[in-house]
Design a binder for this molecule. Structure first.
Ligand code: 4AZ
Length: 244
């Protein structure tokens, strides 16, 4: 009842102001880098959003391999580090006064990565300088997680460009396999039953479980479609190869 009223009110405000009802990630709420200082955006040199990421050490960002891959290239060539920027400590990417922009010194992509649906969708960016922001440790999955990002608020809307977050249920491997035949048990996790989800631009971003980084946004069938989960790289599986 209360949720319904809020939605109606939001729609009415948007009619008056002409502003879209920001619901994103999809179905989310505003986030703040004050609460999650380890969340970062990965952008082009001219500030266009590519992906999300998480600071796991002062100079290391975990993201998705596909975020470090130049689209359209037949051999899925790696993006050159000098084309990438990491924006930390900024809730609104359209502002410049808050947070910092760091250059990227090196990109490591999982060597087995080929395409998102095949898994191993994980990469580590080494920054040109260490950042002062709090880091997040890698951890295990659980019953639910919080996904954060600056990306689209609906399948066909532009990226929010402000940090958003949503709490999503983490599904059992059985349920994930039913939804996603290519699901790789142990190396992936899936979360969400529709309504709330990551979307384009959120890729590479964090799924946080009990204060730890359990997943990396990887792919999905659209965004937040009824009963459709988003698929994530399960980070605990990659602890050895990541080295943290
Ligand atoms: C994307 O386009 C994308 N619903 C990422 C995550 C999801 C969908 C799309 C998950 O990068």
């Amino acid at each position: 009842m209360r949720g319904k009223r809020t939605a109606v009110l939001a729609a009415a405000i948007s009619l008056v102001s002409g502003a879209p009802t920001a619901q994103a990630i999809v179905g989310g709420e505003p986030g703040s880098v004050a609460d999650t200082p380890w969340v970062v955006a990965i952008t082009t040199a001219d500030g266009q959003l590519i992906c999300g990421g998480a600071l796991v050490a002062a100079d290391k960002v975990v993201t998705a391999a596909h975020c470090a891959t130049a689209k359209g290239a037949i051999t899925a060539t790696q993006r050159a580090p000098e084309q990438l920027r990491v924006v930390a400590g900024r809730t609104d990417l359209r502002t410049k006064d808050e947070g910092v922009v760091a250059e990227v010194a090196a990109v490591w992509r999982h060597p087995e990565y080929r395409e998102v649906t095949g898994g191993d969708d994980v990469a580590v960016l080494t920054l040109a300088r260490p950042l002062p922001h709090r880091t997040i440790a890698v951890g295990e999955a659980g019953d639910e997680g919080v996904v954060l990002g600056y990306g689209r608020t609906a399948e066909n809307s532009p990226p929010a460009m402000t940090l958003r977050k949503a709490t999503v249920p983490i599904l059992s491997d059985q349920e994930c396999l039913r939804k996603e035949p290519g699901y790789r048990q142990g190396a992936m996790l899936c979360a969400g039953r529709g309504g709330k989800d990551a979307c384009t631009g959120d890729s590479g971003g964090p799924l946080v479980v009990r204060g730890r980084l359990a997943g990396v946004v990887s792919f999905g069938r659209g965004c937040a479609r009824p009963a459709e989960p988003g698929v994530y790289t399960r980070l605990a599986h990659y602890r050895q190869v990541l080295g943290f």
